[in-house]
Design a protein around this ligand. Structure first.
Ligand SMILES: C[S@@+](CC[C@H](N)C(=O)[O-])C[C@H]1O[C@@H](n2cnc3c(N)ncnc32)[C@H](O)[C@@H]1O
Length: 483
């Protein structure tokens, strides 16, 4: 992501400093896969990583004695696709610190780490087990922590009779001395993006078991008698089914799930800028719903499709927002569309036009995914003119500046508003000036800040913009322009 030409001009130390700038948001990621079939009352191990948007961890944020404790809840999907995820009143998850793993000898020690989560390291672990919830009411009260998950009636009849697919959601519960320079965030929990993993399937042998919970914590799975269930995956037999699919979940009235594919490179994950733009969207829906209502909104070069899908969730009839149904076009390079299509599919309940939609959700959102290479007029014409363009983190190759601005022009009418999330990484000031000057040939360019009461959009600037260093710009078509 750091422009290669400017990289060449930097010393290693300068390069490191640039990479570390605005290291504000972390993601929880999996370090090892999880067991797919979980037996009730057995302890299992989850190995986790803390990484920023480019997969790095800054040790100074947690060393020498920082702590991030992690909690876990179980969610279920009862839809033929995936979203929305719901609490499952039948089950709850208990956690404890993981058995200490001796990296040098690759052995599991008969002692526990101090906390479930991360201690003075960007690598952490915990153990979890599934237990029956005591009462339905209690389970509902306790199981939705942090997720906003709920039991909905939007049940897909086709899957009611199938074994429910379960998902584990890992989230931060306590931060201490993390990050060390924590002066910018109002809620420290907001600096770590939770993780959803699945699907997992529950094997409930609890009725047949004579073992107490205490006993089962050290019992062995029947399929692999030589392995403790809480052992790391490297000790499980090769034939053990494991799951490595990870998602992020974003709450709306229901929720939106986004699959990330970190191995797919730049388009495969949600960048900080998209998380900030998501906050902008939330604010827009709350205070300027007219910007979005019944409009055609383009999520340009969307990566995972998060913004477009979140917007769709705001437009559903079930949403609390004032945003009325409109048209959403999610664009990407041809080769990056598969992930977006997958994410649209996972959230199919939002989009009634797709086959097998849920009959109780009646909306008229029109959502399309389209290939759009910047500068390609035919592809832009296929997308149609936009009322609003969301462009998150699209400035990172200066050779594409002209093409990108051409696409802004191609998609615009005289009324179009373009919102750009831009995170400074490697550009020289002259590169940036060149880009804004190119935009300035057609658009009025406004840098949005929260404290500029002269600008009606200053209310859209979220705190996360400051915390992450993501800058927000708005382009509106110049009156003198021929667009
Ligand atoms: C840093 S990612 C941002 C993705 C997403 N908007 C986000 O913020 O999470 C930049 C995206 O621009 C897309 N992209 C790069 N060059 C492009 C081009 N010439 N035309 C269209 N899209 C391009 C990439 O595929 C990538 O998904």
């Amino acid at each position: 992501m750091v422009d290669s030409t400017s990289r060449d001009k930097l010393t290693d130390e300068e390069f490191r400093q640039k990479l570390e700038a605005h290291f504000a948001l972390y993601r929880l990621n999996l370090r090892s896969p999880l067991i797919t079939n979980i037996t009730v009352n057995q302890w299992y191990r989850a190995d986790l990583l803390l990484v920023n948007e480019v997969g790095l961890f800054r040790r100074a944020d947690i060393e020498p004695d920082g702590i991030v404790e992690i909690g876990c809840e179980i969610l279920q999907s009862r839809h033929s696709k995936m979203a929305p995820l719901e609490a499952d009143p039948e089950w709850k998850i208990e956690i404890r610190p993981a058995h200490t793993w001796n990296k040098r000898t690759n052995t599991l020690l008969n002692q526990f780490d101090e906390i479930p989560g991360f201690q003075a390291s960007g690598r952490g672990a915990l153990e979890y087990r599934l237990v029956k919830a005591q009462t339905k009411t209690k389970a509902l009260e306790g199981s939705g922590e942090g997720s906003g998950a709920k039991v909905t009636s939007n049940l897909d009849n086709a899957v009611q009779s199938q074994k429910p697919r379960h998902y584990l959601r890992f989230y931060p519960t306590k931060l201490d001395k993390f990050p060390q320079q924590n002066d910018k965030n109002p809620d420290p929990m907001d600096i770590i993006l939770p993780l959803v993993v699945g699907p997992l399937y529950v094997e409930d042998n609890s009725n047949n078991s004579n073992l107490s919970r205490k006993d089962t914590s050290s019992s062995l799975p029947s399929s692999s008698p030589s392995v403790n269930t809480y052992a790391p995956p490297e000790l499980w037999p090769d034939t053990t089914e494991m799951v490595y699919d990870t998602y992020r979940m974003f709450n709306t009235k229901n929720n939106v799930v986004i699959h990330e594919s970190w191995d797919s490179g730049i388009p495969g994950k949600i960048w900080d800028s998209a998380l900030v733009m998501l906050d902008v969207l939330k604010k827009m829906a709350a205070v300027k719903p007219e910007y979005l209502s019944s409009k055609h909104i383009v999520d340009l070069s969307a990566g995972t499709g998060l913004l477009g899908l979140y917007l769709a969730s705001l437009m559903t009839k079930e949403s609390d927002s004032q945003v009325k149904c409109g048209k959403i076009t999610i664009t990407e390079l041809d080769e990056a569309l598969a992930l977006i299509d997958k994410n649209v599919d996972l959230n199919q309940y939002l989009v009634p036009d797709q086959p097998n939609d849920i009959s109780s959700v009646t909306t008229t959102i029109r959502l399309a995914t389209k290939p759009l290479l910047w500068g390609n007029l035919e592809q832009a014409a296929e997308c149609g003119k936009a009322d609003v363009i969301l462009a998150s983190d699209v400035l990172y190759e200066s050779e594409f500046f002209e093409d990108l601005v051409k696409t802004f022009v191609d998609l615009s009418t005289s009324e179009t508003r373009i919102y750009i999330g831009y995170k400074r990484r490697g550009f020289e000031a002259a590169d940036e000036r060149r880009f804004w000057a190119l935009c300035g040939e057609h658009f009025d360019v406004s840098f949005l800040t929260a404290d500029n009461s002269q600008d009606t959009d200053s209310c859209l600037v979220p705190f996360s913009a400051l915390a992450t260093g993501v800058q927000l710009y708005r382009l509106t078509v110049k009156h003198t322009s021929l667009i």
